[in-house]
Design a protein around this ligand. Structure first.
Ligand code: ATP
Ligand code: MG
Length: 253
């Protein structure tokens, strides 16, 4: 069984059909990328999966359970975590405090200050938080205030905050947007390293083809809300419908 199976998903905004009969199968352990020209419906599709938007019709089955109709919080607690949107960074706290709160929120459903009274819980959460920081190469800055971080490091911290929740499915919407070339490259290296660990399934929405082809082992192409291609990076690259969709726009594949 696939980890995530989206079937016949529809979402319109007024007269605009943003997602139009879209299907997606994500196998466990994959680094699965969703690409498509501007306005193709990628972010809308992601928001439908995580419950930020309700589809007009269709199903989003995660681990055999239909998520449609559930609140974003409940979907998150099932292990579906979106990076770079929520949760946010508390800039007056240290990196370790930021990731520890996230680890606790996952464990208990809700952060509660009385965790200070439970040394074991606190120790476990701190261990998870430190591991998450280590995974993004920020452990040496664990006791610095988040407000001191560079833009690239802040994005890494956001990723660590998500990793501290031990996601089963990690969703990233343009993880390298706004980054310098050097930051982009180090983010690719970081995501590759996470991908090679293989315990977590990733869905990456990305504009930057360099990022997509160096990271993804499976690609789904959206165009005008519909899937026009789905397969290995090579299959997708050679697909005439994909070339047409991109050449029809201004982007190069
Ligand atoms: N809340 C909304 N209300 C009205 N229209 C919307 C809304 N969200 C998205 N749209 C429209 O739906 C279409 C798909 O948008 P979406 O943001 O999902 O595309 P995208 O593939 O993520 O684009 P980009 O590559 O620019 O991020 C666009 O035409 C967009 O203008
Ligand atoms: Mg988008």
């Amino acid at each position: 069984m696939a980890l995530l199976e989206v079937k016949k998903l529809y979402k319109s905004f007024g007269g605009l059909q943003a997602v139009n009969n879209a299907n997606l199968t994500v196998e466990e352990g994959r680094a699965h990328s969703i690409i498509g020209p501007n306005g193709a419906g990628k972010s809308t599709f992601l928001n439908l999966i995580i419950g930020n938007l309700k589809p007009d019709s269709g199903t989003v089955v995660f681990q055999g359970e239909n998520l449609v109709g559930l609140e974003p919080y409940d979907i998150n607690q099932k292990g579906v975590v979106r990076v770079f949107q929520s949760p946010s960074v508390y800039s007056d706290m240290t990196l370790l405090e930021n990731t520890t709160i996230s680890a606790l929120a996952k464990r208990d459903g809700k952060f509660s200050l009385n965790f200070f009274q439970h040394p074991k819980k606190r120790k476990d959460a701190i261990a998870v938080a430190e591991e998450a920081l280590d995974n993004v190469d920020l452990l040496d800055k664990a006791h610095e205030e988040a407000s001191n971080l560079s833009y690239g490091d802040k994005r890494r911290l956001e990723l660590a905050i998500c990793l501290a929740q031990k996601p089963k499915l990690l969703l990233l919407d343009e993880p390298t947007a706004g980054m310098s070339q050097a930051e982009t490259q180090s983010t690719i290296d970081l995501l590759k390293r996470l991908a090679s660990k293989g315990e977590m399934t990733k869905v990456i929405i990305e504009h930057d083809m360099h990022v997509v082809f160096s990271l993804a082992d499976h690609i789904t192409v959206l165009h005008q809300g519909t899937v026009i291609a789905d397969g290995s990076p090579q299959q997708v690259k050679d697909d005439p419908a994909v070339i047409e969709a991109y050449l029809g726009g201004v982007e190069e594949l």
